[in-house]
Ligand binder design. Structure first.
Ligand code: ADP
Ligand code: MG
Length: 309
């Protein structure tokens, strides 16, 4: 049975203002369903509302209005079950400095009411690569180790859904690869993964589906493949037979010459045909030796959708 892992309807969050700050509409009516079994990416520029959304899912921030169901449980009707279905690795490193990793996992398991016999601390420590630090004080752990411990804590109650808020921001390549290997493994075992990341390449590589949030609204939500296919701006790269400079092209075609001497012609596919671009090049007296197009990447989709209008 495929079910929605998470269903969000008309979700709004306004942070109350203070003397120093006006009230802030962080979420302005989010509708979003996240299918079970997927690796789902939540992307958006800084301040878009990603952490607010995730913290509402985690039960750490109170929503202003709207409905959130996690694994079929309405947060307001079945708060305990909905909380049990989800594990969240927060963006901030909030660890108690006096607990060892093993103790921290134990405390977390206690909070979630996991019976002693069902606790798998050793397995989790192994998974996140902290077995040899099991009894060290948290304050003696490196930043990377703390992050791994946070991942471990998110897993103690065996949630159906794992949510990671910027898990790889500012971490080294080795830890990043380890995190992603873990995430893939958990997903293969059936866990639904929701993550936010700044690294669009990472999202492109990891995520089956993506939602892009801007100013507290969902501006796109599609499979990664579809999103990449949807970009309107295309670039044609032409190798001229003889060195050439920039020429005056018809409106809608931007011409530049790259360091290797190839012409880069950028245009909107909805407004200009590839044929018209080639025509413009020939019209400028240029003989075409080779031609290729550049595939849009998520970065372009992202910029196109979040550019302020
Ligand atoms: P993101 O995670 O996408 O960077 P956030 O959810 O952290 O975005 O923030 C969304 C907006 O809400 C931002 O404008 C931010 O300044 C504001 N915000 C976040 N947390 C609070 C808070 N506790 N009080 C007031 N405003 C907040
Ligand atoms: Mg954030």
């Amino acid at each position: 049975m495929t079910q929605d892992a998470i269903k969000i309807e008309a979700l709004k969050k306004t942070y109350a203002g203070s003397k120093a700050a006006a009230p802030k509409d962080a979420l302005r009516g989010i509708d979003l369903t996240i299918p079970s079994g997927s690796i789902f990416g939540l992307l958006g520029p800084n301040g878009a509302g990603k952490s607010t959304l995730i913290n509402i899912l985690a039960g750490l921030v109170l929503k202003t209005s709207g409905k959130v169901s996690i694994w079929g449980f309405d947060q307001d009707v079945n708060p305990r079950q909905s909380r049990a279905a989800i594990g969240v690795m927060p963006q901030e490193l909030n660890l108690d400095p006096f607990f060892s990793p093993r103790e921290a996992l134990d405390v977390q398991a206690g909070l979630y009411g996991v019976p002693k016999g069902d606790r798998r601390s050793d397995e989790i420590l192994e998974l996140v690569g902290l077995s040899d630090k099991a009894n060290a004080y948290a304050r003696t752990l490196s930043g990377g180790m703390r992050r791994r411990l946070l991942l471990g804590k998110a897993l103690v109650h065996h949630p159906h859904i794992l949510v990671l808020d910027e898990p790889t921001a500012g971490v080294d390549i080795e830890l990043r690869q380890m995190l992603w290997a873990n995430v893939r493994k958990l997903n293969e075992q059936g866990m639904t993964i929701v993550l936010t990341t700044h690294y669009l390449e990472e999202a492109e590589e990891m995520c089956d589906e993506i939602a892009i949030i801007n100013h507290g609204e969902v501006v796109a939500r599609d499979s990664t493949a579809h999103l990449l296919g949807s970009i309107d701006r295309k670039t044609m790269i032409i190798e001229p037979d003889a060195p050439t400079g920039v020429f005056a092209a018809p409106r809608g075609i931007d011409v530049s010459v790259d360091p290797k001497g190839a012409l880069r012609l950028s245009y909107r596919a909805s407004e200009t045909s590839a044929d018209a671009v080639l025509e413009a090049v020939r019209g400028a007296g240029i003989t075409i030796r080779d031609v290729r197009t550049e595939q849009a990447d998520l970065e372009e989709v992202f910029l196109e959708l979040t550019r302020s209008r």
